[in-house]
Design a binder for this molecule. Structure first.
Ligand code: TMP
Length: 221
């Protein structure tokens, strides 16, 4: 798969969406990299409809899990795989690690079973890199604006969720980078992240024109 899948994870109110925006802007402006910003649950009409159910209707944790995976299966086929095939960089607001953290650690469903369902829904697609924006849950909840079933959960639930993310990181440390949420402006955090991406994926930055280098003339002109 030629593109890159970068996922952004963290508790509520950790600034994922703003960091994604700033990172996409910098990648496009400074490196002419074609990016797709998307989110889970959501990213396309059907999955956004499932998102509405998930965020606003009370349900059993297993139903919740299957709906997240259903939204994901559609998102995979309609958004993620086509973008990656076109060599685009996909910046995805939440992915499979959120399911482990929220449905596994938060709701208490079996971690390995959640992992298996993640694998089925993604057909084995795993992120090239995952960014964890760490925030104390109590503080994050103060920043969260969207009133939904998850934001209304008690702090104890969100602490378990944070522990779930930390467990994912312990299980696969090489896939992750951890950042302190809201520790700098989104633009500065994005440029720090891009430096890390350049170190981890130098090939993906090759052949891209640097912002200052002059345009080369084609010899066929
Ligand atoms: P968002 O507000 O970050 O867009 O995410 C919506 C909510 O859905 C958020 O509270 C986390 C939750 N969620 C899960 O519980 N499991 C999942 O697999 C995903 C992707 C999100």
């Amino acid at each position: 798969m030629p593109g890159l899948l970068i996922t952004f994870e963290g508790n509520e109110g950790s600034g994922k969406t703003t960091l994604i925006r700033a990172t996409a802007e910098a990648l496009q402006r400074d490196y002419q990299i074609s990016t797709v910003e998307t989110r889970e649950p959501g990213g396309l009409l059907l999955s956004e409809k499932i998102r509405d159910l998930l965020l606003h209707y009370p349900m059993n944790p297993w139903t919740e899990l299957f709906l997240y995976e259903a939204a994901r299966a559609e998102h995979l086929h309609q958004v993620l795989l086509p973008a990656l095939k076109k060599n685009q960089w996909v910046l995805c607001d939440r992915f499979t690690d959120s399911t482990l953290a929220y449905q596994g650690a938060g709701r208490g469903l079996n971690w390995d079973q959640v992992k298996e369902l993640n694998l089925l829904a993604t057909q084995g697609l795993t992120p090239h890199l995952s960014v964890f924006l760490d925030i104390p849950p109590q503080l994050g909840l103060k920043n969260a604006t969207e009133k939904n079933r998850f934001e209304e959960e008690k702090v104890g639930f969100h602490q378990k969720v944070r522990q779930g993310f930390l467990k994912s990181i312990r299980q696969e440390p090489q896939r992750w980078i951890q950042l302190k949420a809201l520790s700098d402006s989104p633009q500065n955090m994005a440029s720090g992240l891009i430096q890390t991406l350049k170190t981890r994926f130098p090939q993906s930055f090759r052949k891209k024109r640097s912002p200052t280098s002059p345009k080369k003339r084609s010899t066929r002109e």
